[in-house]
Write a protein that binds this ligand. Sequence first.
Ligand SMILES: N[C@@H](CCC(=O)N[C@@H](CS)C(=O)NCC(=O)O)C(=O)O
Length: 214
Amino acid sequence: MSIKIHAFPLSPRAFKALAVAEQVGADYEYVFCDLFKGAQHRPDFVAMNPNKKMPVLEDGDLKLWESNAIIQYLAEKAPSGGLLPADARQRADVMRWLFWESTTWDPAFVILLWENLVKGIVRGEGPDPSEVAKGLEKFNAAASILNAHLAGRSFVCGGRLTLADFSLGASLSAMEQAKVSLDAYPNIARWYAALEALPAWVRVRAMQAPPGDN
Ligand SMILES: N[C@@H](CCC(=O)N[C@@H](CS)C(=O)NCC(=O)O)C(=O)O
Protein backbone atom coordinates (compact mmCIF):
# COMPACT_ATOMS: atom_id res chain seq x y z
CA MET A 1 0.00 0.00 0.00
CA SER A 2 1.66 3.23 -1.04
CA ILE A 3 -1.10 5.84 -0.72
CA LYS A 4 -1.73 7.59 2.59
CA ILE A 5 -4.56 10.06 3.20
CA HIS A 6 -4.05 12.42 6.12
CA ALA A 7 -7.50 13.52 7.18
CA PHE A 8 -9.69 14.83 9.98
CA PRO A 9 -12.91 13.17 8.86
CA LEU A 10 -15.30 15.60 10.54
CA SER A 11 -14.17 18.15 7.95
CA PRO A 12 -16.12 18.15 4.68
CA ARG A 13 -12.87 18.47 2.70
CA ALA A 14 -11.56 15.33 4.36
CA PHE A 15 -14.91 13.62 3.90
CA LYS A 16 -14.66 14.32 0.19
CA ALA A 17 -11.22 12.72 -0.17
CA LEU A 18 -12.06 9.70 1.97
CA ALA A 19 -15.43 9.10 0.28
CA VAL A 20 -13.84 9.07 -3.18
CA ALA A 21 -11.07 6.77 -1.95
CA GLU A 22 -13.73 4.41 -0.61
CA GLN A 23 -15.89 4.69 -3.73
CA VAL A 24 -13.06 3.75 -6.11
CA GLY A 25 -11.76 1.04 -3.79
CA ALA A 26 -8.37 2.71 -3.40
CA ASP A 27 -5.74 0.75 -1.50
CA TYR A 28 -4.89 3.45 1.01
CA GLU A 29 -3.93 4.04 4.60
CA TYR A 30 -6.02 6.52 6.55
CA VAL A 31 -3.86 8.69 8.82
CA PHE A 32 -5.83 10.62 11.42
CA CYS A 33 -4.76 14.28 11.39
CA ASP A 34 -6.08 15.68 14.65
CA LEU A 35 -6.70 19.35 13.90
CA PHE A 36 -7.85 19.96 17.47
CA LYS A 37 -4.44 18.83 18.71
CA GLY A 38 -2.54 20.89 16.15
CA ALA A 39 -1.32 17.99 13.99
CA GLN A 40 -1.41 20.34 11.00
CA HIS A 41 1.39 22.44 12.57
CA ARG A 42 3.85 19.61 13.12
CA PRO A 43 7.03 20.02 11.04
CA ASP A 44 6.55 16.69 9.26
CA PHE A 45 3.03 17.75 8.23
CA VAL A 46 4.09 21.26 7.19
CA ALA A 47 6.79 19.71 5.03
CA MET A 48 3.97 18.01 3.10
CA ASN A 49 1.61 20.98 3.04
CA PRO A 50 2.96 24.45 3.82
CA ASN A 51 -0.65 25.65 4.07
CA LYS A 52 -0.92 23.66 7.34
CA LYS A 53 -4.23 22.20 6.22
CA MET A 54 -5.55 18.75 5.52
CA PRO A 55 -6.45 16.66 3.59
CA VAL A 56 -3.11 15.60 2.17
CA LEU A 57 -2.51 12.56 -0.01
CA GLU A 58 0.91 10.94 -0.09
CA ASP A 59 1.88 8.58 -2.86
CA GLY A 60 5.61 8.02 -2.61
CA ASP A 61 7.26 11.36 -3.23
CA LEU A 62 3.98 12.96 -4.34
CA LYS A 63 2.55 15.09 -1.53
CA LEU A 64 -0.78 16.33 -2.84
CA TRP A 65 -2.97 18.91 -1.15
CA GLU A 66 -6.28 20.54 -2.18
CA SER A 67 -9.15 18.13 -1.86
CA ASN A 68 -10.34 18.50 -5.45
CA ALA A 69 -6.84 17.70 -6.76
CA ILE A 70 -6.75 14.69 -4.43
CA ILE A 71 -10.04 13.28 -5.68
CA GLN A 72 -9.01 13.83 -9.29
CA TYR A 73 -5.81 11.85 -8.64
CA LEU A 74 -7.73 9.04 -6.95
CA ALA A 75 -10.17 8.85 -9.85
CA GLU A 76 -7.35 8.87 -12.44
CA LYS A 77 -5.71 5.97 -10.62
CA ALA A 78 -8.96 3.98 -10.76
CA PRO A 79 -10.50 4.75 -14.17
CA SER A 80 -12.85 1.79 -13.93
CA GLY A 81 -14.60 3.64 -11.08
CA GLY A 82 -16.05 5.93 -13.75
CA LEU A 83 -15.95 9.06 -11.58
CA LEU A 84 -13.94 11.09 -14.11
CA PRO A 85 -15.06 10.59 -17.72
CA ALA A 86 -12.43 10.28 -20.45
CA ASP A 87 -14.53 12.17 -23.01
CA ALA A 88 -13.33 15.80 -23.18
CA ARG A 89 -16.79 17.39 -22.98
CA GLN A 90 -17.95 15.19 -20.14
CA ARG A 91 -14.70 15.72 -18.26
CA ALA A 92 -14.94 19.49 -18.72
CA ASP A 93 -18.43 19.38 -17.23
CA VAL A 94 -17.09 17.57 -14.14
CA MET A 95 -14.16 19.97 -13.83
CA ARG A 96 -16.50 22.96 -14.13
CA TRP A 97 -18.39 21.80 -11.05
CA LEU A 98 -15.18 21.08 -9.13
CA PHE A 99 -14.00 24.64 -9.76
CA TRP A 100 -17.44 25.97 -8.81
CA GLU A 101 -17.24 23.97 -5.62
CA SER A 102 -13.86 25.56 -4.77
CA THR A 103 -14.79 29.09 -5.70
CA THR A 104 -18.46 29.36 -4.78
CA TRP A 105 -20.09 26.46 -2.94
CA ASP A 106 -17.40 25.60 -0.38
CA PRO A 107 -16.56 29.25 0.55
CA ALA A 108 -20.25 29.96 1.22
CA PHE A 109 -20.74 26.82 3.26
CA VAL A 110 -17.59 27.25 5.39
CA ILE A 111 -18.76 30.65 6.65
CA LEU A 112 -21.74 28.88 8.21
CA LEU A 113 -19.69 25.93 9.45
CA TRP A 114 -17.16 28.29 11.04
CA GLU A 115 -19.76 30.56 12.65
CA ASN A 116 -22.11 27.83 13.85
CA LEU A 117 -19.58 25.19 14.92
CA VAL A 118 -15.83 25.61 14.56
CA LYS A 119 -15.48 29.10 16.06
CA GLY A 120 -17.10 27.89 19.25
CA ILE A 121 -14.70 24.95 19.48
CA VAL A 122 -11.45 26.72 18.69
CA ARG A 123 -12.15 30.19 20.11
CA GLY A 124 -15.01 29.61 22.50
CA GLU A 125 -16.97 32.34 20.68
CA GLY A 126 -20.58 32.31 19.49
CA PRO A 127 -21.73 33.09 15.95
CA ASP A 128 -21.58 36.65 14.66
CA PRO A 129 -25.08 37.39 13.24
CA SER A 130 -23.72 39.56 10.41
CA GLU A 131 -21.34 36.80 9.31
CA VAL A 132 -24.15 34.23 9.51
CA ALA A 133 -26.32 36.50 7.36
CA LYS A 134 -23.47 36.84 4.83
CA GLY A 135 -22.97 33.07 4.81
CA LEU A 136 -26.67 32.41 4.32
CA GLU A 137 -26.88 34.90 1.47
CA LYS A 138 -23.96 33.25 -0.32
CA PHE A 139 -25.17 29.73 0.45
CA ASN A 140 -28.70 30.45 -0.74
CA ALA A 141 -27.41 32.02 -3.97
CA ALA A 142 -25.28 28.94 -4.69
CA ALA A 143 -27.93 26.45 -3.56
CA SER A 144 -30.51 28.04 -5.87
CA ILE A 145 -28.19 27.40 -8.81
CA LEU A 146 -27.48 23.80 -7.82
CA ASN A 147 -31.13 23.09 -7.03
CA ALA A 148 -32.23 24.36 -10.45
CA HIS A 149 -29.49 22.33 -12.15
CA LEU A 150 -30.56 19.14 -10.39
CA ALA A 151 -34.18 19.39 -11.54
CA GLY A 152 -34.84 16.19 -13.48
CA ARG A 153 -31.28 14.96 -12.93
CA SER A 154 -30.17 12.12 -10.67
CA PHE A 155 -26.59 13.38 -10.52
CA VAL A 156 -24.75 16.62 -11.22
CA CYS A 157 -23.14 15.52 -14.51
CA GLY A 158 -24.79 13.60 -17.27
CA GLY A 159 -26.97 11.22 -15.28
CA ARG A 160 -24.08 9.31 -13.75
CA LEU A 161 -22.19 9.50 -10.48
CA THR A 162 -18.97 11.53 -10.86
CA LEU A 163 -16.43 13.45 -8.80
CA ALA A 164 -18.79 16.45 -9.01
CA ASP A 165 -21.29 14.68 -6.77
CA PHE A 166 -18.66 13.81 -4.17
CA SER A 167 -17.10 17.25 -4.24
CA LEU A 168 -20.37 19.15 -3.86
CA GLY A 169 -22.06 16.65 -1.58
CA ALA A 170 -19.22 16.54 0.94
CA SER A 171 -20.07 19.93 2.43
CA LEU A 172 -23.55 18.73 3.21
CA SER A 173 -22.12 15.94 5.36
CA ALA A 174 -21.78 18.74 7.93
CA MET A 175 -25.03 20.56 7.19
CA GLU A 176 -26.51 19.97 10.65
CA GLN A 177 -23.43 21.42 12.34
CA ALA A 178 -23.49 24.37 9.91
CA LYS A 179 -27.23 24.83 10.58
CA VAL A 180 -28.00 24.60 6.87
CA SER A 181 -31.50 23.54 5.83
CA LEU A 182 -32.39 22.01 2.47
CA ASP A 183 -36.13 22.61 2.94
CA ALA A 184 -36.15 25.20 0.16
CA TYR A 185 -34.04 22.98 -2.13
CA PRO A 186 -35.93 19.73 -2.77
CA ASN A 187 -33.76 18.67 -5.71
CA ILE A 188 -30.60 19.02 -3.63
CA ALA A 189 -32.26 17.11 -0.77
CA ARG A 190 -33.24 14.23 -3.08
CA TRP A 191 -29.77 14.08 -4.69
CA TYR A 192 -28.00 14.28 -1.34
CA ALA A 193 -30.16 11.49 0.12
CA ALA A 194 -28.93 9.24 -2.70
CA LEU A 195 -25.31 10.11 -1.90
CA GLU A 196 -25.83 9.38 1.78
CA ALA A 197 -27.06 5.89 0.86
CA LEU A 198 -23.83 5.01 -0.98
CA PRO A 199 -21.83 2.37 0.91
CA ALA A 200 -18.73 4.58 0.55
CA TRP A 201 -20.57 7.47 2.22
CA VAL A 202 -21.74 5.23 5.05
CA ARG A 203 -18.19 3.96 5.61
CA VAL A 204 -16.77 7.47 5.90
CA ARG A 205 -19.56 8.42 8.33
CA ALA A 206 -18.32 5.57 10.51
CA MET A 207 -14.78 6.98 10.31
CA GLN A 208 -15.99 10.24 11.84
CA ALA A 209 -15.94 8.70 15.31
CA PRO A 210 -12.56 9.60 16.82
CA PRO A 211 -10.08 6.70 16.86
CA GLY A 212 -10.76 4.56 19.91
CA ASP A 213 -14.46 5.52 20.18
CA ASN A 214 -16.43 2.40 19.36
N1 LIG B 1 -9.11 24.24 -0.24
C1 LIG B 1 -8.59 23.25 0.70
C2 LIG B 1 -9.07 23.63 2.09
C3 LIG B 1 -8.42 22.77 3.16
C4 LIG B 1 -8.79 23.29 4.54
O1 LIG B 1 -9.14 24.47 4.70
N2 LIG B 1 -8.70 22.42 5.55
C5 LIG B 1 -9.01 22.86 6.89
C6 LIG B 1 -10.10 22.05 7.54
S1 LIG B 1 -11.60 22.02 6.63
C7 LIG B 1 -7.79 22.71 7.79
O2 LIG B 1 -7.06 21.75 7.67
N3 LIG B 1 -7.61 23.66 8.70
C8 LIG B 1 -6.59 23.60 9.67
C9 LIG B 1 -6.30 24.95 10.24
O3 LIG B 1 -6.77 25.95 9.65
O4 LIG B 1 -5.59 25.04 11.24
C10 LIG B 1 -9.07 21.86 0.30
O5 LIG B 1 -10.13 21.76 -0.31
O6 LIG B 1 -8.36 20.87 0.57
